[in-house]
Every structure is written in structure tokens, then in C-alpha cells.
Design a protein around this ligand. Structure first.
Ligand code: SF4
Length: 223
């Protein structure tokens, strides 16, 4: 398993107990009743405390991370993420079926803009705003972070808002790199490896691998 880091562990426990967004807290509570075997709580980030590359998704999938309690676990997006990271030598295993999968990330930390699974995968603006505080604190505990790979425009906007930037100054484009107020981390954009993107061909495996490789290289990881 991943190396323990007490401050990240304490933050993860705080996130897991958060119920600040009433709509999402009610949705998760209702989900726990329908699926008592699911984790059913907010899902903290996961990865290497010395990460140079932070991968920022949107939110836990209801039947993926929300079920298993670990980001990008047990769904199609996770299959793409872990397979690609493994191919680049940044992850110990090519898949993570559940919480117990022995997954070790090397130089990479994975998180989400919103930590509760939202209905229809669509968080509202107030929920994105509320959860940004956790991302701010997570990034402050990852001092080596050089690149944030934003998966989709909502993750892209989340990072810009976190840095107090105007969204109009930074257009989302797959593969684009943005220097945000001059300092690290640099932001690199990628389409999210959601089924909606991978099954329609908007995001091909080659495009995905290329974006991850570029982000790792920009982070000085030399892949
Ligand atoms: S989305 Fe974030 S801030 Fe809102 S309840 Fe979930 S963990 Fe808390």
C-alpha cells in the first residue's frame, strides 16, 4: 500500500466525514440505504506524498469510487487511469478493482474537484466552491507538486478558481499547458477518461497516454 503520511491521513479522515453540502450528503445517505455494501461517503485523494504530478478529476463515480472508497477505483475511468500510469511506470499495478487492491503510485497523487458522488455526475457551483477548500489544503500538503493534470473543463476551472484566476484567460484544450500566475504547479488539460469520452472517440488511448506523458515530463519525471 501507499506510504503513510499523517497530515494527509488526517485530512482524508476529515474529508470522509464531511457533510457540508446538503444535497450531496442526502444523496450519499440515500445511496447507503440502497447499497449498504458501498463506502457511500466522501472520497479523499490518494497517492504519493512526494508527488510531482497531481491528477485532478471531477468527482467519484457512484458505482466506482463511491462504492470502493478510493479515487478512480472500480470503473472504466479508473481502468484507463491506472493502465496508463502503469504503462508509464508511475503506478505499481495496471488496475485497482477495490479498496484492497495493492496500488502504489510513484510521484503521482490523484484527487477530485468534488469528493462526494453527485447525481448524474454533475456537481453544482456551490458544491464545487465548497470542496475547493479541501483541494487547497491537499495541495499545501504536496510541496513537490509541479504539474496539475486537469481532467475536463470543470477540473480546469476548479484549479483556476483556486488560484484566483479569471476563467476567460485560460481556454480548456486537450493537451494545453497553462502557466497560472507564474508559479508551479503548471496546469495541463486533458479530456476526462470517462466512458462518455472514450466510447465516442473524443479521447483515444493514444491521446490519453500522450497527455499523461507530457504532464509527467513537465513535472520532471522524464517519461
Ligand atoms: S462535496 Fe466536498 S465540501 Fe461538499 S459535502 Fe462533499 S466533501 Fe464536503
Amino acid at each position: 500500500m501507499q506510504e503513510e503520511h499523517p497530515p494527509l491521513r488526517a485530512l482524508a479522515e476529515e474529508i470522509a466525514g464531511c457533510a457540508r453540502c446538503p444535497r450531496l450528503a442526502a444523496y450519499l445517505a440515500e445511496g447507503r440505504q440502497r447499497h449498504p455494501d458501498y463506502w457511500g461517503h466522501p472520497v479523499p485523494g490518494y497517492g504519493d506524498p512526494g508527488a510531482r504530478l497531481v491528477i485532478l478529476g471531477l468527482a467519484p463515480g457512484f458505482h466506482g469510487a463511491n462504492r470502493h472508497g478510493r479515487v478512480f477505483c472500480g470503473d472504466d475511468s479508473g481502468r484507463w487511469l491506472w493502465s496508463a500510469l502503469h504503462e508509464l511506470g508511475l503506478c505499481s499495478h495496471p488496475r485497482a478493482a477495490d479498496w484492497y487492491s495493492p496500488l502504489v503510485l510513484r510521484g503521482v497523487y490523484v484527487s477530485n474537484a468534488v469528493r462526494c458522488a453527485p447525481p448524474q455526475n454533475r456537481p453544482v457551483a456551490a458544491e464545487l466552491a465548497a470542496c475547493r477548500a479541501f483541494l487547497r489544503r491537499e495541495l499545501s500538503l504536496l510541496p513537490e507538486a509541479r504539474v496539475v493534470l486537469a481532467l475536463g473543463h470543470l477540473a480546469h476551472n476548479t484549479f483556476l478558481r483556486l488560484r484566483g484566476q479569471r476563467l476567460s484567460g485560460f481556454a480548456f484544450r486537450h493537451g494545453a499547458a497553462h502557466e497560472v500566475d507564474g508559479g508551479p504547479p503548471l496546469m495541463v488539460d486533458s479530456y476526462h477518461p470517462s466512458r462518455q469520452n472514450t466510447h465516442t472517440g473524443r479521447l483515444t488511448w493514444e491521446m490519453w497516454l500522450s497527455a499523461l506523458r507530457a504532464a509527467a515530463q513537465a513535472a520532471g519525471m522524464g517519461h
